[in-house]
Design a protein around this ligand. Sequence first.
Ligand SMILES: Nc1ncnc2c1ncn2[C@@H]1O[C@H](COP(=O)(O)OP(=O)(O)OP(=O)(O)O)[C@@H](O)[C@H]1O
Ligand SMILES: [Mg+2]
Length: 263
Amino acid sequence: MKPAELSLQEVSLEFPTSNRPLAVISGLTLDVAKDEFVSVVGLSGCGKSTLLHLVAGFLQPTTGHISYRGAAVTGVSSARVMVFQEDSVFPWMTVLENAAYGPRARGVAEPEADRIAGKYIDLVGLREFAEEYPKNLSGGMRKRVDLARAYAAEPGVLLMDEPFGALDAYTRERMQVDLLELWQAEQKTVLFVTHDLAEALLMSDRVIVLSRRPARVHTVITVPFSRPRNRGLRKTPEFLKQQSLLEEILHSFEVADACAHTS
Ligand SMILES: Nc1ncnc2c1ncn2[C@@H]1O[C@H](COP(=O)(O)OP(=O)(O)OP(=O)(O)O)[C@@H](O)[C@H]1O
Ligand SMILES: [Mg+2]
């Protein structure tokens, strides 16, 4: 395995609450290699978004250590970009201006920023819409602008928190293929949170199953499918087997929860 690009060592996080501290992450250790696509799954409320916020530098661990390229993560950085469930395109900017935002913000001159933005707009299939404003685009198209903007910012790590969670099932599958193709064209280190186990398997090199809160790494699945991948993979027996394995793990947490509530 390549050396870790992103390393979390025994990371714990407690939120102060009015009664007592709420332990959300506890002793979580995870290494992510350069250009590795890693999905994170787990029950609702187990701490997935909190984990991304720690890696983004929005939060600091209570104990433990997070490093990126060997340096401690102590705050936000343009090297680690978040993509959220709701698209975060600027409505007052055209598609091209949205995608050029990252390069412009880091001081790249306009023609070069536009060239970088244009490259990713092409890759997500929005060339004809480069001069449109977001209000004239569908939800899926806005999500593509979001992806182009995130890629054009040229971060070292993309942190994606249920990026397709707000889309209808059909658009969501289209977006999965778009992101697969984008990633295939230009590989990146990605930490991708999702509730959709098939999505996690389709996209990733590894799937990390978090335990119930406080989250730690419960199971790591190395996804056995070669790349490039396409949506046809979802129907293969081996894919369905991996999916049901993941379902069983998550189901076992729910059963344990139900037992805890009735005992
Ligand atoms: N700022 C905060 N202050 C106090 N508690 C918080 C805060 N943010 C999150 N929590 C709590 O931490 C726990 C984990 O939240 P988190 O949003 O990380 O879960 P999640 O795994 O992303 O859930 P979901 O799958 O529903 O998005 C929850 O119990 C939540 O209430
Ligand atoms: Mg969340």
